[in-house]
Ligand binder design. Sequence first.
Ligand code: FES
Length: 298
Amino acid sequence: MSDMSGTEAYSDPEDKEELTAMVCLETDLQDGQMKEVDIGHHSVLLTRCNGKYGAIGNQCTHYGAPLSKGVISGQKVRCPWHGSCFNALTGDLEEFPGIDSLPCHKVKIHNSKVYVSINKKDLRHQKRLQRMGTAVPGVNHTILLLGGGAASLICAETLRQENFGGRIIMVSRDDLLPYDKTRLSKVMNVLSDTIVLRRMEFFHQYGIEVWLQKEAVSVDTEKKTVTFDNGLVQSYDQLLLSTGCRAKVLDVPGTNLSNIKMLETPEDARQIHAACLGSNVVLVGTSFVGTVAALCLF
Ligand code: FES
C-alpha cells in the first residue's frame, strides 16, 4: 500500500472491489474515541477501543441518526436519538430499538497512518442483517410466539441467529406483518406497506411461519397447547406471550361518540387523519405520542 497525504479515496488497481482511503494518523484517535470520516462520499465511523480500530457505518439503522454525535463507551456506540447500541468494532446491533446491524469495513495501519477500505457493494447499503440460519428438516421442536409485534419478531430473529433449527410460529390477530408502531403518530395517513419491519420474503427465507388474523382464545400450559378462534389447536415446546399493550380508554361520558378515536392501528391512524382534516382537534394525552400526533396534524 503506498502512502497517501490526503483523505481522498482511491481504488487499489489490484482490488477492483474496494475503495480505500487514508483517513487519519494513528495518533489522531485515542482509545475510547470515535470520529466521522468520509470515503468516496460515504460516511464512516472510525472507532478505537483497546488499541483496535473499527470502521462501521455512521448512520443509525433505526432512523438514520449520525452515530458520530452519540457516545462511545467501552466497545459500544450509543445512538444519540433513541439509544440503539452497536458494537464499535463489528457494527453488530447490541441494543434496540434498531433491528439491523451496521456495515463493517476493513481497517489497516501502515506507516502510522490509518486506512479504511470499503467493499464497493457496501456503498449501497446502510444496514446489515446478522447471519441467520433457517428451519432444519426433521427438527420438530416448536416455539410459538403469540403476538405479531416487534418483540415476537426480534425473538424469532434471535432464535435463527443463535442457530435454532426448529419450528417458529408467529401468530397475530392483525392482518399486517410486524410493523413500526411509532410511525402511526408520525405519519398518520400512512400506507401499511411502508411501515412493516420485514417483508414476507424475509420470513420465508428464514423459515419463520407467520399466521395472521388468528386470535388465541385459550392456553393449556399442562398439555402445552394453544387454541385459536377458528378451533385450531397448536402444540408448542416453548411459548412467548408478547401481545403488546392497549391504549387506555377515558372513563368519562361521551367516549363512545363517533368522533372520539383511539390510536392503535394503521387503520385508526388513517381514520383520525381523515376526520381531522379541516377540523379542530383535541388530543388527550400529552406524552410523546400525543405531542408527535399534534405535530403531524398541524
Ligand atoms: S435513530 Fe438511532 S435509535 Fe433511533
